[in-house]
Design a protein around this ligand. Structure first.
Ligand code: SF4
Ligand code: SF4
Length: 216
């Protein structure tokens, strides 16, 4: 039997990507908000060295390719339906927002929880602890949805623009960026989650938002 591709889900995600790109991560994702709140906890903060941070960011694209595309394509059952590999084995957002509340409210589910749920709890715990010290580690390194939206970032209707004539190169924007984007060099980087912090701190108003890509 042929593979069942969920075109309606794909279409919806593409629509969001085309309209707002990774603003979906910065403004809509509840697990992004959870990470932001965790990062406000007073604790030593870690700035991941660039030589580790930059290559590690490609991990989310690998996770997208393997767990969301290849495994469902080639490891589906006879009906053509594959388990949601990423959600089943990795996704900490599902554990926090779905799995834990379900188990807290359902005794029989609690009794049935086994090694897989323990593994998911461990993944969640690691992400929670990492979020206290590193800004949005799940968005930076692991989230396949973020990787998917990043593919649309340069083509989405929502773009940022940096006016070089107004910029005094103070770098306040880069120091405030939670995703360590080189704002003055690449303001529409696929890593930008459109949180607007750079725009808010810029002393000269050099950064603006646009609904379509600016022509250079
Ligand atoms: S601070 Fe600016 S460049 Fe950094 S993620 Fe937010 S909107 Fe993007
Ligand atoms: S904060 Fe504004 S003026 Fe300063 S470097 Fe960034 S864009 Fe330029």
């Amino acid at each position: 039997m042929g593979r069942r591709i969920p075109f309606y889900v794909l279409g919806m995600l593409m629509l969001v990507g085309i309209l707002i790109g990774r603003a979906a991560c910065g403004l809509l994702c509840p697990f992004g908000l959870v990470q932001d709140l965790l990062h406000k906890i007073p604790a030593p903060k870690i700035k991941v060295p660039l030589k580790i941070d930059r290559p590690a960011r490609y991990l989310k694209y690998l996770i997208l390719l393997v767990t969301v595309i290849l495994l469902p394509l080639f490891a589906a059952d006879q009906t053509g339906i594959a388990p949601p590999y990423f959600c089943k084995y990795i996704c900490p957002a599902g554990t926090l927002e779905g799995g834990i509340p379900l188990l807290l409210t359902n005794e029989s589910l609690r009794a049935a929880a086994g090694a897989l749920f323990s593994w998911k709890l461990l993944v969640l715990l690691v992400i929670v602890l990492a979020s206290v010290c590193i800004h949005r580690p799940f968005c930076r390194y692991l989230c396949p949805l973020g990787a998917f939206y990043a593919l649309f970032q340069r083509f989405s209707f929502y773009q940022l623009h940096l006016d070089a004539d107004k910029c005094i190169d103070c770098k306040k924007c880069e120091h405030s960026c939670p995703m360590a984007v080189e704002v003055t060099k690449n303001i529409n980087s696929p890593e930008c989650i459109r949180c607007g912090k750079c725009k808010a701190v810029c002393p000269t108003g050099a950064i603006s938002s646009k609904r379509v890509r600016s022509k250079k």
